[in-house]
Ligand binder design. Structure first.
Ligand SMILES: Nc1ncnc2c1ncn2[C@@H]1O[C@H](COP(=O)(O)OP(=O)(O)OP(=O)(O)O)[C@@H](O)[C@H]1O
Ligand SMILES: O=C(O)[C@@H](O)C(=O)CO
Length: 434
């Protein structure tokens, strides 16, 4: 059977978030790292191509996204999905708007939605305004983001700055009336010359109604939340087998993994800070100091020498996670990009060494950090398994360099977005593995 849904995600943890959502709702899903150059598993309903296109130059992001679309079209996908962050991470230049417009043009379609709502992670939209928990996006920690500071919560206004065409709004009063009412409003907006509709959504029920209204839309652009409303369309059309519970249990089945356990954290987000503190309190932890890296000390060798004897006794934590004040001080000394790259390279080399030392189950915290680690491990794709917390599933690497001589055992990876997961995430995640 041909693949039903072809997805393009603008970062790695975001790709895993989307893939996990699809699996949870009964679609067998694989995540590929970049546009695949080799074969992909053939027993799947959805493919997510994860790019690192959130903050690179618009032209580059657009070209990479179009290449991914072309590959997905060649697989015969029936519908396409552009996944961005639930906090709509972007700047007035993009990349959300320009990439969406380029994909629409390539698909020959003149209408789509824009909806980062993810109620399970407290991202809701009302009157076109995005809320993070109880506060507007512009009052949340996102206002201080180093690359994509979000200082306006009005998504119609934010998106309108990024696109040539007109942006409209489907208000909550319409969404509450269900799929048919939303579809009617789409038609009206189209008549008014709008090519994008920001859609209000407060609950998963709203996203289910929205999904129904998007059944025939060639391209959906959204966070991962909207994806929960698409599998029912395929099921209604007889394209997705089995009942939901059976299908989602089957979709989340992963091959058994084993080996030692470790956590590598390069995220400095609020949620990760609490998770690092919780793990440090009960498990061995090694701090990667950017200043020591800058002095040329062999921090990677030191971390691995420290970890090896501890691994048989349970998960170890290697972290660079620091307070915002400390990160700012280090960035002032070393430069923002240089500090980030030094830490990413070191954590990636440590992850590689840990896998060579027998780690078969690895959690990585942070999108950029995950990108660096996945690349260093030579992982080309991820098979998606059970959800640990909303937006973070366990996955198994489709291929990876393990340092072993023969065929390496499958590597279990959980790529955790900086701000996702409960405080005990690093301690409880292992319970979800078989
Ligand atoms: N102590 C530190 N000082 C300076 N930079 C650091 C430090 N620790 C980590 N970093 C860098 O901060 C960046 C964190 O970005 P990353 O995307 O990994 O996390 P995040 O933004 O919390 O995650 P997400 O993108 O999933 O929300 C990385 O480039 C990392 O190397
Ligand atoms: O949507 C989200 O918040 C995440 O999947 C993400 O994109 C993190 O970078």
């Amino acid at each position: 059977m041909a693949v039903l849904l072809g997805c393009i995600a603008d970062d790695f943890t975001g790709g895993t978030d989307l893939a996990g959502m699809l699996v949870k709702h009964g679609m067998r899903t694989v995540q590929m790292i970049g546009v695949p150059t080799g074969p992909v598993p053939d027993d799947i309903d959805a493919i997510v191509i994860a790019l690192k296109s959130r903050t690179n130059p618009v032209e580059e992001a657009t070209a990479e996204s179009l290449a991914a679309l072309k590959w997905l079209q060649d697989q015969g996908c029936r519908q396409f999905y552009f996944k961005y962050c639930s906090t709509f991470d972007s700047t007035p230049r993009g990349n959300i708007g320009p990439v969406a417009e380029a994909l629409m043009e390539a698909l020959g379609t003149d209408f789509t939605i824009a909806c980062p709502a993810f109620p399970a992670n407290q991202r809701t939209i009302y009157k076109g305004h995005l809320f993070v928990g109880d506060v507007l996006l512009s009052d949340s920690g996102m206002r201080n983001h180093p690359l994509t500071p979000m200082t306006d919560a009005n998504l119609v206004r934010v998106l309108q700055q990024q696109v040539r065409s007109k942006v409209g709004l489907v208000e909550f009063a319409t969404v509450a009336q269900g799929g048919a009412a939303i579809a009617e409003r789409f038609a009206a907006l189209r008549t008014e010359g709008c090519r994008f509709a920001v859609v209000d959504a407060l609950t998963n029920a709203d996203l289910l109604a929205l999904g129904e209204a998007c059944a025939d839309m060639p391209l959906v652009t959204a966070g991962s939340g909207v994806a929960l409303g698409l599998p029912p369309n395929f099921r209604r059309a007889g394209l997705l087998a089995g009942d939901l519970n059976e299908a989602s249990a089957a979709a989340a089945t992963l091959p058994a993994t084993g080996g030692r356990r470790a956590v590598v954290a390069g995220s400095c987000s609020v949620a990760t800070q609490a998770q690092v503190a919780a793990m440090k309190a009960v498990q061995p932890a090694f701090n990667v100091d950017p200043r020591a890296l800058a002095r040329g000390e062999d921090v990677v060798a030191a971390a691995l020498a420290w970890a090896r004897p501890l691994l048989p006794d349970g998960p170890v934590l290697v972290y660079a996670t620091s307070t915002p004040e400390e990160v700012r001080a280090v960035q002032a000394e070393l430069g923002v990009d240089a500090a980030g790259a030094l830490v990413e390279d070191a954590l990636a080399a440590i992850a590689q060494g840990l896998v060579a030392a027998g780690v078969g189950q690895l959690i990585v915290a942070g999108g950029e950090t995950s990108g660096a680690v996945v690349k260093a491990l030579g992982v080309t794709g991820l098979r998606i398994g059970p959800e640990i917390d909303p937006g973070v599933p366990w996955t198994v690497a489709l291929s990876g360099a393990s340092g072993g001589d023969n065929a390496p055992p499958p590597l279990a990876l959980a790529l955790k977005s900086g701000n996702f997961g409960t405080t005990d995430f690093f301690l409880k995640a292992w319970e979800h593995l078989t």
